[in-house]
Design a binder for this molecule. Structure first.
Ligand SMILES: [Zn+2]
Length: 844
C-alpha cells in the first residue's frame, strides 16, 4: 500500500505557465509547464499521470527526477529549498477516457468531427500537465494552446483569449484557483451570447449538429441565474465571462470549471418548441447548480476532498433556491421532494452507507465519494434544514462573510458553520454535525402511551442494520407548539394527548413541510387521525405520508399489505407530486409479482383502477391552457395505464404512432416515450427496431434519443434483445456515456434481464477498460442492485462481485448493494402472500 502524502506540504505553487500542443490527427499531446512556487524541502513531489517526462529544469539546469507511478508522482531533487521555477517538458497520448484532455465525437451531415475538451475533477489535471493537483494548491495560470487548427474553429478557456501568435492562442492570467477547475476546449462550435446586468458575458456553446434555437433556453437560464447569485450572495461574479459548453461525450452530468462550465448535451441543449416541462426543469436546475459553484466551490474551495459535501450539498440546495426565484411558477421545490428526498432517504437507510463528511486519502477512493444520494441529495437536505433553522437573511449575511473571508482560498465545513452561526446567533454546527458526521437517519416514533403523547428516535434501516445507539439533533417542525424545536433525546413525553388534541384542533404531525431528514412512524391512533383528515393536507404532506409509509414498509416496520388499501384514496389527486408518491408505492409492488402469473394480472388491474379516472380526465393530448400539475401528472398516468394493458390506451397510442410514423420527433415530448414504447412492446417488428436504432444514432435531440432508448430496451423479442446487446460495445451506436441507461433498460426488462446480466459478467473487463476511470463507474453495480429480487440472483451477484470487493473504490458499493438485494429478497419472501392478497381484495 502506497503512502498518500499531500504534495502541497512540500511545494506550494504560485503560478503556472502551461503550453500545450494537441494534435487530433496523431492523438498526441506535447507540453511544457513552468511552475513557480515555494519548496519547503529539497526533495519535492509533483503530480503526473501517464505523462512521458522529457526533462525537468531549474534555471535552465537539468535536475534529477524519478517517476513513481504508484503515487502519480515525479520525484524531484532540487539544489535547495525556497523559491523555485521548475520547467517540465513532456508528452502524452490523447485518449478516449472522458478524463483529462479528451476528444468528443459527433457527426454533422454525415461528416465525422470532434471537439477537444477537458475534465479535470477530481484528479485528472495531472494527466494534462504536471502540477500540485490538490484543491488546496491554488495558483494563477497562464495557458497557451496550439492545435491542428482548421479555419473557423473556436477555442475557449477559463479566461478570455488575449492574443494569437503563430497559431498559438494565449489566454489571460487566471485568478487564484484550484487545478481541478482549469479547463479549455476547441472545435467547430456555434454559440449564443448575452451580457448580465453587471456586465458579465454569458455564452452557450455547442456543436453545429444542433439547431441554433437549442441554445436559447440555457442562455436565458444562465444569465438570470448569475444575476440571481450576484444579488443573493452580495458578491460579484468573479470572472469576465461565463461560458456554458455542451460536449457530445461527457461522463458526469456537468462540471463547474470556473468560467467554462461543461455539460452533457442532454443537460444544456433543448428544443424550445418541443421539450417536456420536466426536462426543462432538469436542465435549468443543472445549469443553476453549476453556476452556484462559481462562488461556492470555485471562489471558495474545499481544502481537501473529505469536504466535497461543502461544494456539492450547497450547490444542490442552491439550484432549487435560484430556480424557485427566477421561475416561481414551476414550484421547483416539489421536484426536490420527488427526487432528492426519496433518493437520500432510500440509500441512507442501508447500513454501511457513507456519512456526508468522509475521511479520504487514496485518490482511487476520492471518486467513490461522489455518492449522488448522500453527498448531493442528503447533504442538500441537511442544508435545507439549516436554512429553515436560521432563515434566509442570516443565510445570506453568513454567506457574504464566508466569501469575503475565504475568497480565492480554501475552507472547511467548520468555517461555513461558523459564518452561519455568527450571522444567526444559533449554534448551527452543533445541530448539523450530528447529520454531517453520522451515516443514516432516524425514524421518530410518535404514539399515545398511557394517554401521553410520546416521541422516541431510533436509526432507521432497510435490511439488516447494526444498532450503535446513534442520536440526532432533529428539527421536529411539529404543528403542536408543545413539541421542542430540536429533539435531541432518545425519548420524550409531550403531555396528555386528549387535551393536546383538543387544544390544537388538528391531527398531530411532525416534519411539516418535509424539510428535515427523518421519517415518522405514527401509531394507529395518530395515523388514523391523519388519514381521516387527509384531504385537508397540502400536496407535500400527502406525498410525505405515502413516502414515509413506503419506507416503513421497505424497512419492515409495517407491511406493504397495510399500504395497498390506502392507494386509491390518492388516485384522483390533481397534484403531480402526490401522483409521483402514489406510483412510487405502486411500482414498488411489482417486486411481489412474478411475470405471467395471476398475481401479475391482479396488479395490472390495480394499476388500471388507480389510473382510470385521471386518464379519462387528462387523456393523451395537452390542453393549451392546462396547469403545470396536469402536464407533469400525465406521464405517471399513461405509464400506469400502459402497464395495466388498458386496451383503449394501447389502441390510442398505436394510432398516435401511425399518424406520426414519419416524424416521430414531432410527437409531443411529454408523451412521446410512451407512444414509441407501446409500439415496440405491442406492435414491434424487426423493421421498426432497425428504424428506431438508426434514428437514435442520427438525432441530435438528447431527449428524443432517451425516449428511443427507453422504447428499444423494452422489447420482449429475444432476438432483438440479443442484437441490442451487441450494440453495447459499439460506440458508433451507443456512446459509452449513455451505456448505463441502455444496460439498465434491458436489465429491468423481464425479457432482457438474463441477457444483460450475462453481458456485464462476461464483459466486465471491457467495461472497466472503457469507463472504469469514470466517476460514476460504481453506479453500474447500483443499477444491478436496483433490479434483482430473487435468491438465485443474489447468489450470482455475490459470486461475481465478492472477489472484486477489495478493488479500491468498489468496496463500499459492493457491500451496500449486497445488503440492498438481500433485504429485497427477504421482504419479498416474507410478504409476497399478504401483499398479493391485499391487491386481490382491492380489485374486487
Ligand atoms: Zn456540483
Amino acid at each position: 500500500m502506497a503512502e498518500f502524502k499531500r504534495f502541497y506540504t512540500l511545494f506550494q505553487p504560485e503560478h503556472y505557465n502551461i503550453y500545450l500542443d494537441i494534435n487530433r490527427a496523431t492523438k498526441e499531446i506535447s507540453g511544457k509547464t513552468t511552475i513557480e512556487g515555494e519548496a519547503t524541502e529539497k526533495s519535492i513531489l509533483v503530480h503526473q499521470k501517464g505523462l512521458k517526462i522529457e526533462s525537468v529544469e531549474v534555471a535552465d539546469q537539468a535536475v534529477p527526477f524519478e517517476i513513481d507511478n504508484d503515487i502519480d508522482a515525479i520525484k524531484i531533487e532540487l539544489l535547495q529549498a525556497g523559491l523555485t521555477a521548475l520547467t517540465i517538458k513532456y508528452n502524452a497520448p490523447l485518449t478516449d477516457t472522458m478524463m483529462g484532455i479528451y476528444p468528443s465525437y459527433y457527426e454533422v451531415n454525415g461528416e465525422k468531427k470532434q471537439i477537444i475538451g477537458t475534465q479535470f475533477e477530481t484528479n485528472f489535471a495531472r494527466q494534462a500537465f504536471p502540477s500540485i493537483d490538490e484543491p488546496e494548491a491554488k495558483a494563477k495560470f497562464d495557458i497557451a494552446l496550439k492545435f491542428d487548427e482548421q479555419p473557423g474553429e473556436t477555442v475557449l478557456s477559463n479566461m478570455p483569449e488575449v492574443r494569437e501568435e503563430n497559431g498559438v492562442h494565449y489566454f489571460d492570467t487566471t485568478v487564484r484557483m484550484s487545478t481541478y477547475l482549469v479547463a479549455f476546449a476547441f472545435g467547430d462550435l456555434q454559440s449564443k451570447q448575452t451580457t448580465t446586468k453587471s456586465g458579465v458575458k454569458v455564452g452557450v456553446f455547442g456543436t453545429k449538429a444542433h439547431k441554433a434555437s437549442e441554445l436559447d433556453f440555457a442562455l436565458d437560464i444562465a444569465k438570470r441565474s448569475i444575476e440571481f447569485y450576484e444579488d443573493f450572495y452580495e458578491t460579484p461574479y468573479p470572472l469576465p465571462h461565463s461560458w456554458q459548453l455542451a460536449l457530445p461525450d461527457f461522463s458526469a452530468g456537468a462540471m463547474e470549471n470556473w468560467g467554462l462550465v461543461t455539460y452533457r448535451e442532454a443537460y444544456l441543449l433543448l428544443d424550445p418548441e418541443n421539450t417536456s416541462l420536466e426536462v426543462k426543469q432538469r436542465v435549468a436546475t443543472v445549469i443553476a447548480h453549476e453556476l452556484a459553484h462559481q462562488w461556492f466551490g470555485d471562489l471558495v474551495t474545499m481544502k481537501w476532498w473529505d469536504d466535497l459535501w461543502l461544494n456539492e450539498s450547497f450547490a444542490n440546495m442552491m439550484e432549487y433556491v435560484s430556480i424557485n426565484a427566477i421561475e416561481p411558477d414551476w414550484n421547483i421545490w416539489e421536484v426536490f421532494q420527488t427526487t432528492e428526498a426519496p433518493m437520500a432517504l432510500q440509500r441512507d437507510a442501508t447500513d454501511g452507507v457513507q456519512s456526508v463528511h468522509v475521511q479520504v486519502n487514496n485518490p482511487a477512493e476520492i471518486d467513490a465519494l461522489f455518492d449522488g444520494a448522500i453527498v448531493y441529495a442528503k447533504g442538500a437536505r441537511m442544508l435545507v434544514m439549516a436554512r429553515a433553522l436560521i432563515g434566509d437573511d442570516a443565510l445570506r449575511a453568513g454567506l457574504k462573510n464566508y466569501f469575503a473571508a475565504h475568497h480565492y482560498d480554501n475552507a472547511m465545513g467548520a468555517d461555513l458553520w461558523k459564518a452561519l452561526g455568527d450571522a444567526s446567533g444559533i449554534d448551527v454546527g452543533a445541530v448539523m454535525n450530528s447529520w454531517l458526521e453520522q451515516p443514516g437517519y432516524p425514524v421518530v416514533t410518535a404514539g399515545v402511551v398511557d394517554g401521553q403523547l410520546t416521541l422516541s428516535q431510533d436509526q432507521f434501516f432497510i435490511g439488516e442494520g447494526k444498532e450503535v445507539d446513534r442520536q440526532w439533533q432533529i428539527p421536529l417542525k411539529s404543528n403542536y407548539s408543545v413539541a421542542p424545536q430540536i429533539f435531541k433525546d432518545k425519548g420524550i413525553t409531550l403531555g396528555d394527548y386528549a387535551k393536546l388534541r383538543k387544544e390544537n384542533d388538528a391531527p398531530f404531525r411532525l416534519n411539516v413541510g418535509n424539510e428535515s431528514h427523518f421519517i415518522v412512524k405514527y401509531d394507529k391512533t395518530l395515523l388514523d387521525d391523519i388519514l381521516n383528515h387527509v384531504d385537508e393536507l397540502d400536496s407535500i404532506s400527502q406525498l410525505q405520508l405515502l413516502q414515509d409509509l413506503r419506507l416503513l414498509a421497505e424497512g419492515r416496520q409495517i407491511s406493504y399489505a397495510e399500504v395497498v388499501p390506502l392507494l386509491s384514496r390518492f388516485a384522483d389527486s390533481h397534484s403531480n407530486i402526490v401522483n409521483d408518491a402514489l406510483y412510487s408505492v405502486a411500482n414498488n409492488l411489482k417486486k411481489f409479482v412474478k411475470s405471467g402469473t395471476d398475481s401479475e394480472t391482479n396488479l395490472r388491474q390495480l394499476f388500471d383502477k388507480l389510473s382510470q379516472k385521471s386518464f379519462a380526465r387528462l387523456g393523451w393530448n395537452a390542453n393549451s391552457d392546462e396547469s403545470n400539475d396536469d402536464q407533469l401528472t400525465r406521464p405517471y398516468v399513461l405509464n400506469a395505464a400502459l402497464y395495466a394493458k388498458n386496451a383503449k390506451v394501447i389502441e390510442t397510442a398505436h394510432d398516435l404512432f401511425m399518424e406520426n410514423a414519419t416524424k416521430l420527433s414531432d410527437l409531443a415530448a411529454d408523451i412521446r416515450v410512451f407512444v414509441i414504447m407501446n409500439e415496440v412492446k405491442n406492435f414491434g417488428s424487426k423493421e421498426l427496431f432497425a428504424h428506431l436504432l438508426k434514428t437514435s444514432r442520427q438525432t441530435s435531440d438528447p431527449s428524443f434519443k432517451e425516449d428511443i432508448r427507453a422504447a428499444l430496451t423494452s422489447t420482449t423479442d429475444p432476438e432483438l434483445i440479443a442484437e441490442l446487446i451487441t450494440k453495447f460495445e459499439d460506440a458508433q451506436t451507443i456512446k459509452p456515456q449513455d451505456l448505463r441507461g441502455w444496460f439498465r433498460g434491458v436489465l429491468a426488462n423481464d425479457a432482457g434481464e438474463q441477457a444483460a446480466w450475462d453481458w456485464i459478467r462476461n464483459d466486465w473487463q471491457w467495461l472497466e477498460d472503457t469507463v472504469g476511470g469514470d466517476m460514476e463507474f460504481t453506479t453500474y453495480i447500483t443499477v444491478i442492485a436496483g433490479v434483482f429480487k430473487t435468491q438465485e440472483r443474489l447468489d450470482e451477484f455475490k459470486a461475481f462481485f465478492e472477489p472484486k470487493i477489495n478493488t479500491p473504490g468498489l468496496t463500499r458499493e459492493i457491500q451496500m448493494d449486497t445488503k440492498v438485494i438481500e433485504s429485497r429478497v427477504a421482504l419479498v419472501e416474507a410478504e409476497e402472500k399478504s401483499v398479493n392478497e391485499a391487491i386481490a381484495s382491492e380489485i374486487k
